[in-house]
Design a protein around this ligand. Structure first.
Ligand code: 6R9
Length: 657
């Protein structure tokens, strides 16, 4: 089977001299020095960093215990506390009066909190949890929207050694209940509701519904009064957050935990079966949060940092809660959605809060491109974005066209873009450019971070030649890697360290390394790589080709089985104009087919093109590809669409031309 990657990107952007001069990792040689240090003696390297960047109560003796792979243990004898690192340490370093959080609500109300004030709230709430008998090792479910209270809840759990599991507010009662039972949680922290796009969405009612299906070990539900609406109340079980917190002392000595103590469990979907409870360890995870904030986001004390992810996802754990606080950052958190009250909200917030580092998802960028084409008033160029110095993306491959728009229209061709590849399982970025060191290439997440031994391999774990597609693995353990799947060590071992891959960590993504630069390009989940007539094609490649057509706003491509070619390509396309019908649609489909043929080659020519007003996406903005595959094949849909943001477009996408 041929595996050459057909489409290559030739644009590149080297960091400019002023950027290099001020960067935490200054110049490519500085990056290479770190890479070499890690290669020479990985344990020395990680040991040095863990002593430099973490603050230990008791020092560790062993850097890595690898006696029982893949159950690696890092910094074993050490003790520390995550909330101590995120709050007490910045205060000890003189940042008590620095703003930690700038919270902007859906309706635009702004609340700011200093490190001192956040510390006090976390201590009171941690004491409140203790007063309910919650302690080290107990599991706590957090089902709440973006809020100061969500961060207080996570930090308070960490402070007393309780293990939090945040469930994204868009999940259904059934999904919530599965997670309640799987974690064996004793407590739930929620809100009466949340405000998104001018609407009120119930949260407590969903908790009630989940618990009515079987509460497992849950004893209490703490409720943050966000909306003030009347909600059903069980006075034996439910407690309001504010009075509970306010009755407590503002002092709470952190519970020192072992380095390997689980910090949190976060559920993520696999290609099969029920969601997996990814378990992270305290020290290694925090070390990597701090290092990637420093290296990739080039954190400087004067930055105003904004990551738009919700705390219900890993990005909101590492790059909203733990990472920014542990480096003493000032950060913006936002309750609402990018399109409310207009699709210029992000740009207006960047401008008002003087944001310098901005991190969002490609899907958000693409939807804002579309919106600003329709309404020039909300185009980023209409806003003062001069405070920006660095941009980032995460969540899916970014197509070069969206990358260029982000670079030129948002960053004014002066802000580097960190396209950060990573996963719930990796804890933090693993392949990403360092803005003062790495030459950028649109659509490539560039090079592995120091200490990350990433490679592209075949089915037997052999590295494939550069320029050929393969499976992305990480060959050596690293401190922020997941430690287990909660309560399911067999699945952990089988899913991530399959025996045929020599014990390597299997990411589940396809990748290709550029023959000249060694840069990585992620071609999408392995199950999203198409095989057409013996040629491997990334869905992303075809999507990028479609997206370069001036009429296309967004496209998703899936394979459907075909007797002759193995798979045929089906493209779901959103145009920048009204959804076409009849002869016009036929005509446009044929134009797009020719376009892709020209961009990549006849092999990539879509068999079937369907037009919709949008694509089916989860609330985190990921395109639901398996659902598209069912639509492409005309199969009945068996998927759970409870997390789908926009179910009505499914009917449009069912229509063949
Ligand atoms: C952080 C996060 C992980 C999956 C991952 C990959 C995709 C994330 C990417 C990217 C290409 C990037 N992904 N970042 N693909 N380029 N910069 O999103 O975690 O929700 O677990 O998703 O997302 O397919 O395997 P998670």
């Amino acid at each position: 089977m041929s595996t050459e990657v057909l489409h290559r990107e030739h644009r590149h952007f080297a960091p400019d001299a002023t950027w290099v001069a001020q960067a935490n990792v200054s110049g490519h040689a500085a990056y290479l020095a770190l890479v070499r240090e890690a290669e020479r003696d990985p344990e020395e390297f990680w040991g040095r960093l863990a002593r430099t960047y973490l603050v230990w109560k008791t020092p560790f003796q062993t850097v890595l215990n690898d006696r029982n792979p893949p159950f690696y243990r890092w910094f074993e004898e050490g003790t520390l506390n995550a909330s101590h690192l995120c709050l007490d340490v910045p205060i000890e370093r003189g940042m008590g009066e620095k703003t930690a959080l700038i919270f902007e609500s859906d309706d635009g109300t702004v609340t700011t909190l200093t490190y001192h004030a956040l510390h006090e709230r976390v201590c009171r709430f941690a004491n409140a949890l203790k007063s309910l008998g919650i302690g080290k090792g107990d599991r706590v479910i957090i089902y709440i929207a973006m809020s100061i209270e969500g961060i207080v809840a996570m930090q308070a759990c960490a402070r007393i050694g309780a293990i939090h599991s945040v469930v994204f507010g868009g999940f259904s009662a059934k999904s919530l209940q599965e997670r309640i039972l799987d974690t064996g949680a004793r407590l739930i922290i929620t809100a009466d509701g949340q405000k998104r796009g001018g609407k009120i969405i119930q949260l407590k009612a969903i908790v009630d519904e989940a618990l009515s299906m079987g509460a497992g070990m849950v004893e209490k539900v703490i409720v943050y009064a966000r909306t003030g609406e009347n909600i059903p109340w069980d006075s034996a079980r439910d407690l309001w957050m504010k009075p509970l917190e306010e009755s407590q002392s503002p002092l709470c000595i952190p519970t020192w935990v072992e380095a390997e103590h689980p910090l949190f469990i976060l559920y993520t979907s696999g290609s099969t079966g029920k969601p997996k409870g990814v378990q992270h360890a305290t020290a290694g995870y925090l070390l990597w949060s701090i290092l990637t904030m420093t290296w990739v986001f080039d954190h400087h004390p004067e930055d105003v940092y904004w990551c738009t992810a919700d705390i219900g996802w890993i990005t909101g754990h590492t790059y909203v809660n733990y990472g920014p606080l542990a480096v003493g950052a000032t950060q913006v958190i936002y309750e609402g959605i990018p399109s409310w009250p207009h699709a210029g909200r992000f740009w207006s917030m960047i401008s008002r809060h003087r944001v310098s580092v901005f991190y969002t998802a490609p899907t958000a960028i693409r939807s804002l491109i579309k919106a600003s084409n329709l309404d020039p008033e909300i185009h980023p160029q209409r806003f003062d974005l001069s405070s920006l110095r660095l941009l980032g993306t995460v969540g899916e491959p970014i197509n070069p066209e969206a990358w260029m728009w982000y670079y030129q229209q948002v960053g004014n061709s002066r802000c580097p873009i960190a396209d950060t590849f990573w996963q719930t399982e990796t804890g933090g970025h693993v392949i990403a450019p360092l803005p003062g060191a790495t030459t950028l290439v649109p659509g490539s997440c560039t090079l592995p971070l120091p200490g990350i031994d990433a490679a592209v391999v075949d089915e037997t774990g052999q590295e494939v030649p550069p320029g050929h597609g393969g499976s992305l693995v990480i060959r050596r353990p690293w401190p922020a890697m997941l430690r287990n799947l909660w309560g399911n060590p067999e699945r952990f071992q089988k899913t991530y360290f399959p025996s045929e891959l020599k014990g390597y960590y299997l990411a589940g993504d396809g990748a290709v390394k550029d023959p000249t630069t060694g840069y990585f390009t992620i071609t999408g989940r392995i199950d999203d790589v198409l095989n057409v007539s013996g040629h491997r094609l990334g869905t992303m490649e075809v999507e990028s080709a479609l997206a370069t057509h001036p009429m296309v706003a967004e496209a998703a491509v899936v394979g459907k089985p075909d007797d002759i070619t193995g798979e045929a390509i089906v493209a779901f396309v959103v145009l920048k104009q009204q959804r076409p019908a009849g002869a016009e649609a036929q005509q446009l489909a044929s134009t797009l087919r020719q376009w892709v043929t020209r961009e990549i080659g006849p092999i990539a020519r879509p068999r079937d093109i369907r037009f919709g007003d949008n694509l089916p996406k989860t609330r985190s903005g990921k395109i639901m590809r398996r659902l598209l595959r069912s639509l492409a094949c005309g199969e009945p849909m068996t998927q759970d669409i409870s997390t789908l943001e926009n179910p009505t477009i499914l009917d449009q996408l069912r229509e063949t031309l």
